[in-house]
Write a protein that binds this ligand. Structure first.
Ligand code: MEV
Length: 439
């Protein structure tokens, strides 16, 4: 057991971890330092984001141009390690830019949070008591909501909910919030903790209850499930307009596309993979813009199960001669607050997106998800996924085989006409090194 670890200096922490867990001390220590920024100011920002930081963990930041969203042109930043994701986004952006682009709509922007508490007395008394103190619960938060009010948001409502049929003596104060351009987690949690304080104090001071009646706060926390913070993004065109080099029979393509989505609606095995592909696009923009991808993931998957079965987050239909394809997804994200004005690459990414407000950012992220899903289904129902995937993954394979840059150049050319696999790359590299590679 290491006591007081967080109080050690950064160098002391590194010494400790290297001495205790690594044999090749020199290499393993150097690699940590190689990932430090040369710019002390930038490094300090990263050191201070989280406890016990000893180095940085890089992800590639790629950009996907040519996104037409509500008639405006965007280049979208994407932080992701998976080789084919940015390429797929670019391909979809280009495809739909020639077919009217993406159209978006914010359906609502409410977030919620709860004070979870236990009360062992007469239900009617509790509800009467809450009615009496409701206004005080809200006004006790006035300092916390001041800034949010100025920005046009705040606490929208607060209610007491009887949950005793699920858990004995269990109730909630449940509240909805508008956090405008911020994700709002700190704001909501601060309000909820104040609600809990007022509830507890007022309960103790109230003469409605006898000494056997107790009210115990269990916890106060926002809900990351945001089914009332939904954005929709859509594309549509005539069936004939779907025609492209790889879509020679657009009617058949559209029908297969709708079938693929239908399968993801009904089969959980497919639905999870289908939605994972959507999250490739969503998470990479969420990360690049400094938002909480764990919250977005948790909420998206819960929303995908809202009708009692885990299902596709995207939808498609053919009506007469028209193909329409859309996503509806909960996105609790912000363009202010959190690390959005601290992380230099987040600031840069938001600038690239023309400093969107919260709603605009929701729209852009939903489009990235839809575009990603379009690219995946398009490949799956035409060439298959591995062709593009392995082409993009080729450089990773060659790097893991320690190919040098001139070897990589030759092999990338070679694999334009040959099937990529780890084995085939290994073989080709061996042949190249023996000067036996013919193509
Ligand atoms: C891979 O990261 C994502 C896909 O599997 C998504 C899908 O199957 O729809 C290609």
């Amino acid at each position: 057991m290491k006591e007081g670890f967080s109080k050690l200096t950064k160098s002391e922490k590194i010494e400790w971890v290297i001495n205790n867990f690594f044999n090749s001390a020199d290499f393993d220590k150097k690699i940590l330092k190689k990932y430090w920024s040369n710019d002390a100011e930038i490094q300090k920002i990263h050191d201070e984001f989280a406890e016990n930081t000893i180095t940085n963990f890089f992800l590639p930041l790629g950009i996907a141009p040519n996104f037409i969203i509500d008639n405006k042109n965007f280049t979208i930043p994407m932080a992701i390690e998976e080789s084919s994701v940015v390429a797929a986004a670019c391909k979809s952006a280009k495809f739909w830019s020639k077919r009217g682009g993406f159209k978006t709509e914010i359906l609502n922007i409410l977030k919620s949070g709860q004070v979870h508490f236990k009360y062992n007395g007469d239900k009617k008394k509790l509800f009467k008591f809450f009615k009496k103190i409701k206004q005080k619960v809200i006004t006790d938060c006035s300092e916390i909501v001041k800034n949010m009010h100025e920005r046009g948001g705040g606490i929208l409502n607060i209610d007491i909910i009887d949950k005793t049929s699920e858990i004995k003596n269990y109730y909630q104060l449940s509240s909805e919030f508008n956090t405008v351009d911020s994700m709002g987690a700190n704001f909501i949690n601060s309000c909820l903790e104040q609600f809990a304080k007022t509830l507890q104090t007022e309960f103790l001071e109230s003469d409605l209850f006898n000494e056997n009646e107790e009210l115990d706060i269990v916890m106060s926390i926002l809900s990351n499930y945001v089914p009332n913070c939904i954005v929709k993004a859509e594309v549509s065109c005539s069936l004939n307009d779907l025609k492209n080099a790889d879509i020679t029979d657009p009617k058949k393509f559209a029908q297969k596309f709708v079938d693929a989505i239908e399968i993801a609606k009904k089969d959980i095995g497919r639905a999870v993979t289908h939605n994972k592909g959507i999250m490739n696009g969503i998470d990479s923009v969420v990360i690049a813009t400094g938002n909480d991808f764990r919250a977005v993931e948790a909420s998206a998957h819960a929303y995908a199960s809202k009708d009692g079965q885990y299902s596709s987050l995207t939808h498609a239909k053919i009506e007469k001669d028209n193909f329409t394809y859309w996503i509806e997804i909960p996105l609790a994200v912000g363009s202010i607050g959190g690390i959005t004005n601290l992380h230099p690459m987040v600031i840069w990414s938001l600038k690239l997106l023309k400093n969107p407000n919260g709603k605009e950012l929701m729209k852009i992220i939903a489009v990235a998800g839809l575009a990603q899903n379009f690219a995946a289904i398009r490949s799956l129902i035409t060439s298959g996924i591995q062709l593009g995937h392995m082409k993009m993954h080729l450089i990773n394979i060659l790097n893991s085989l320690s190919a040098n840059s001139s070897e990589k150049k030759v092999l990338v050319e070679y694999f334009k006409k040959n099937k990529v696999s780890f084995r085939s790359a290994e073989k080709a590299l061996k042949k190249l090194r023996k000067d036996e590679l013919n193509f």
